[in-house]
Write a protein that binds this ligand. Structure first.
Ligand SMILES: Nc1ncnc2c1ncn2[C@@H]1O[C@H](COP(=O)(O)OP(=O)(O)O)[C@@H](O)[C@H]1O
Ligand SMILES: [Mg+2]
Length: 278
C-alpha cells in the first residue's frame, strides 16, 4: 500500500520514522519485505489461524477521550468483517491500531501473527505495506494519473518495471477502469476514485485489506458496486475488515458484524444485520 507517498498524499501519512526507515532499507530488502522484513507471503492465508487479535485493548487519547475500552476479539484469516457503530464508537481507532497509526494504551494487538504493540518503529512501514487500506476520501495522488496511482504502490515495494506494466492493467481491469488509466483523479466520479483506491490497495495482494467507511461519500447504487468489489477481493482469500455506517449494505451481505459503542464491544455476531435482531 502507498504509505510511502509524498507528504501531501495518501494516508496513513508517512511519519518521519517511515522516512528514516526507508532511507535505511535498500531496494532488494523492501521488495521482499512484509511485516518483519521477511518473505512477502509470511502473512497468513485462510485457515492458517487468526489474522487479527485484540487482547484487552484500551486506547485512551486523553483522560476523558477513550477510543477503545478493553476490547478483546479475534478475526480469522479469510473472514469478511463489518465493523459497525455510531460515529465516535471507536471504528477508526480500531483500524488505526491495526496499522499502528496509534498505539494501544493497554493490551495487545496482533496482525498476521505479529505483535504490533511491541513492533519497533522501523518495522512499521513494512506492516503498512502488507495491509491494503481504503479510506472514505480515497486519498489518491491528485497530480498523477489513475495508472500512476496504482503503479506507485508497486514502485514503493521495489517491484520491477516489467511486472508493474503487467500488474497495473490487470488491476484496472478488475475494478472496471481499463479505459480510464490516463485520467487524473479529479476527472473521475467518486465511485471511480474509490475503485482506483481499491486497485491501489489490492495490487500488492495483501492478506489483509481494511476499509474505513469506503462508501461514506457515495450514493447507494455506487456503494453496492464498491461492496461487490470488496467481496470479490475477500473471495480470493483476503481478510477484509470494513468499518461502515451503511445499514442497507450490511443487511444485504449478512456477514459477521462487530459492533462498538463508546469504545466497547457490544455485539459480535455471524451472518448478521446492521441492527441487533429483536
Ligand atoms: N486524536 C484524537 N484525540 C482525542 N480523541 C479522539 C481522537 N481520535 C478519536 N478520538 C475519540 O475517540 C472516540 C472514538 O473515535 P473514532 O475511533 O474516530 O470513532 P468512529 O470512527 O467510530 O467515529 C471518539 O470519542 C473520538 O472523539
Ligand atoms: Mg471513523
Amino acid at each position: 500500500m502507498s504509505t510511502d507517498a509524498p507528504p501531501d498524499s495518501p494516508s496513513p501519512s508517512p511519519s518521519p520514522e517511515d522516512s528514516r526507515a526507508r532511507g535505511r532499507s535498500d531496494a532488494r530488502e523492501s521488495r521482499r519485505s512484509t511485516v518483519e522484513g521477511g518473505d512477502r507471503h509470511a502473512m497468513l492465508r485462510p485457515g492458517d489461524g487468526p489474522m487479527v487479535i485484540f487482547d484487552g485493548v484500551t486506547k485512551a487519547y486523553g483522560p476523558n477521550a477513550i477510543g477503545l475500552d478493553d476490547l478483546s476479539l479475534s478475526i480469522e484469516s479469510g473472514e469478511f468483517i463489518f465493523l459497525v457503530g455510531a460515529s465516535g464508537s471507536g471504528k477508526s481507532t480500531f483500524i488505526k491500531l491495526l496499522i499502528k497509526e496509534v498505539d494501544a494504551t493497554k493490551g495487545t494487538v496482533s496482525v498476521g501473527g505479529r505483535n504490533v504493540t511491541r513492533m519497533r518503529r522501523g518495522k512499521v512501514p513494512y506492516l503498512r505495506r502488507a495491509i491494503g487500506c481504503v479510506f472514505q476520501d480515497y486519498k489518491l495522488l491528485p497530480g498523477r494519473s489513475v495508472y500512476e496511482n496504482v503503479a506507485y504502490a508497486l514502485q514503493v515495494t521495489g517491484e520491477n518495471p516489467r511486472t508493474i506494466r503487467r500488474k497495473v492493467p490487470e488491476m484496472l481491469a478488475l475494478v472496471g477502469l481499463s479505459d480510464k488509466g490516463a485520467r487524473l483523479p479529479n476527472e473521475l466520479s467518486g465511485g471511480e476514485q474509490q475503485r482506483v483506491s481499491i486497485a491501489r490497495a489490492f495490487v500488492n495482494h495483501p492478506r489483509l485489506l481494511i476499509a474505513d467507511e469506503p462508501t461514506g461519500n457515495l450514493d447507494p447504487e455506487t456503494s453496492i458496486g464498491i461492496m461487490q468489489l470488496l467481496y470479490r477481493i475477500n473471495r480470493t482469500g483476503t481478510t477484509v475488515i470494513m468499518a461502515t455506517h451503511d445499514r442497507d449494505l450490511v443487511d444485504k451481505m449478512q456477514m459477521r458484524v462487530i459492533e462498538l459503542a463508546g469504545g466497547k464491544l457490544i455485539r459480535d455476531q455471524r451472518q448478521a444485520r446492521y441492527a441487533r435482531a429483536e
